[in-house]
Design a protein around this ligand. Structure first.
Ligand code: G4P
Length: 539
């Protein structure tokens, strides 16, 4: 027994599970690829990207992603480096996919925020950052594209502090001035790394030129003004800057800040090593029976993502679980809280994008894809059969866009309903039915999800659909104080919106503005309105 617990402790301590967040184009895909390159998981960065003119990286797997050049789904990448087992959860960068991104962030222990040195903190970074901050997820900042003109480092630090409200601690500092940089100074090692001429466009892992601070070799490489500026900057940082405090990093109050360039590989390896040194191994999760520690010998996990038809060669459905505690073993039987039944976990898989591997065991922090015959839902808890509990619920996004969806060919209604049900279970869309009719209304957080809906129904279910956007922007779940059920007949003002039922049969009103909501509240005494189902928490 004691060797098992020792193994559980050491495997847990090795794990680093994180997501990379950024505004589109800041360099998330490039950085991810470079981390894989240093981890030995791929041998030539951009090799997949450059095969076709369309821009897509190892982590892209849906055709739509390739066509649009954006990352629509979250993928999981795993590799080893420096004695650590690294799990990177790729988050979709597009703003419309915040719900999926949110769920991914529920499954990580830390996050890397990539900023474009020329642009600083952008809108999407703010949104993603907010989610991390609410969960007290430790955040590491990588200021990218240092190989070209960028903002002054001290301004970037101020921006992080003022716009995001988190203190920044620069781990290294750009050498050079006016946004034109020659390299970085590593504060901990007291060395300067200079950009080396790169003839491979960053396709191969390589080392930079490293000089001791104060050495004659360094002075020979830098002009006098640059060297003097660097000395002044270091003095200023040491005197006026924040103290490094790992506890503050761990609770998300201080972000270690790194400068580099993912494209030219500059500073990537150093970032990876420092990140692995400072980032937390798997942390405890709240549940209905208190905090569950990773080194608890009893297995537990939760489902954070469901996805069907990821690969045309395997037409199946996968539930992605994040292991919270204990050891995962292939073919183990676990308790599935949501259905109140024991289930056997066959065919567990791990990923490097499309390459799947059947695995025999996994540990806290790992992400495993389970073959799902349709029993799992997002947020479900699975645990050792002797402990029945559930992890804290995932919060839900209120839908903001609505469309009526129908199959063009009525003969294909069965396939159509199957596809709609699948996408609903994946959490890609929210499903409503119009009261008194058979018609289907789909709610989403952003309009791009409708493109994905149309595309996937066509490519995976062979169904062409007619999509009619509805003029509503707000959904409200309807609950009467005295417990009686809201009905279209029993309410005043439903002509100001559309009365629908959610997939669990709960009554919901869709309206187009706050004014209509006010009217409905004033004219229906005892009626309470909720932006998400009453038993769920809103994000
Ligand atoms: P994203 O996933 O955050 O959306 O960004 P991605 O990595 O795709 O990078 C966006 C663009 O920025 C790409 O250029 C990429 O090559 C470039 N880039 C990434 N890192 C650096 C860097 O360190 N320095 C410089 N100068 N550029 C960088 P693109 O022209 O859109 O695509 P591509 O033709 O290079 O593939």
């Amino acid at each position: 027994m004691s060797t098992d617990i020792d193994q559980l402790r050491s495997e847990t301590a090795k794990r680093r599970t994180f997501a990379i967040i950024s505004h589109p184009d800041a360099g998330k895909t490039t950085l991810t690829e470079k981390l894989l390159l240093y981890g030995g998981a791929i041998h030539l960065a951009g090799s997949i990207k450059s095969r076709k003119t369309a821009r897509h990286a190892v982590s892209d797997w849906m055709e739509i992603e390739k066509q649009r050049g954006i990352s629509v789904t979250s993928s999981v990448l795993q590799f080893d480096y420096g004695g650590c087992r690294i799990n990177i959860l790729d988050t979709p960068g597009h703003q419309d996919f915040s719900e999926d991104t949110y769920r991914t962030l529920m499954a990580v222990d830390s996050a890397v925020m990539v900023l474009d040195a020329a642009k600083g903190v952008e809108t999407q970074t703010k949104k993603l950052f907010k989610v991390c901050k609410e969960r007290h997820v430790p955040i590491f900042t990588f200021v990218n594209k240092l190989d070209r003109y960028g903002k002054v480092p001290i301004d970037l630090m101020d921006e992080i502090e003022n716009v995001l409200g988190i203190r920044a601690y620069p781990m290294n500092w750009p050498v050079g001035s006016d946004g034109r940089y020659q390299g970085v100074y590593d504060r901990r090692k007291n060395v300067v790394e200079l950009f080396a001429a790169d003839t491979t466009h960053g396709q191969e892992a390589r080392l930079s030129d490293v000089y001791e601070m104060g050495s004659d070799e360094l002075k020979a490489r830098l002009d006098e003004a640059t060297y003097q500026n660097l000395l002044d900057d270091i003095e200023l940082l040491d005197a006026a800057g924040e103290e490094f405090d790992l506890e503050k990093v761990a609770c998300g109050e201080l972000t270690p800040m790194f400068f580099g360039s993912a494209m030219t590989n500059f500073g990537v390896q150093n970032f990876l090593e420092e990140y692995l040194r400072l980032a937390p191994p798997p942390v405890a999760r709240e549940s209905s029976i208190g905090a569950i520690e990773p080194v608890d010998e009893k297995f537990s996990a939760f489902v954070f993502k469901i996805q069907a038809n990821m690969n045309p060669a395997h037409r199946d459905r996968l539930a992605f679980i994040r292991i919270v505690s204990g050891k995962f073993e292939r073919n183990m039987t676990v308790w599935h809280e949501a259905s109140g039944k024991p289930i056997k976990l066959a065919q567990p898989q791990q990923f490097l994008a499309q390459d799947r591997q059947i695995i025999d065991e996994a540990w806290p922090g790992d992400i495993v894809g389970l073959f799902d015959p349709g029993i799992f839902g997002i947020g479900d808890t699975i645990s050792d059969t002797s402990t029945k509990f559930r992890f804290a619920d995932f919060p839900v996004f209120p839908p903001e866009k609505f469309a009526r969806v129908e199959a063009k060919d009525t003969m294909k209604r069965k396939q159509f309903l199957k596809g709609i049900e699948q996408l609903t279970q994946e959490g890609a869309i929210q499903l409503f039915k119009e009261a008194g009719y058979d018609s289907i209304i789909v709610g989403t957080v952003g309009t791009l999800q409708f493109d994905v809906l149309v595309y996937r129904l066509k490519s995976e279910y062979g169904v062409d659909v007619i999509l009619t956007m509805q003029p509503f922007e707000v959904a409200r779940w309807l609950v009467y104080e005295d417990g009686h059920t809201a009905t279209p007949e029993g309410m005043r003002g439903i002509d100001r919106g559309m009365f629908v039922y959610d997939r669990n049969g709960l009554p919901v009103l869709l309206v187009n503005n706050e004014w209509a909501l006010g009217w409905i509240t004033d004219n229906n005494p005892g009626l309470e309105l909720y932006p998400v189902p009453p038993d769920k928490k809103e994000i």
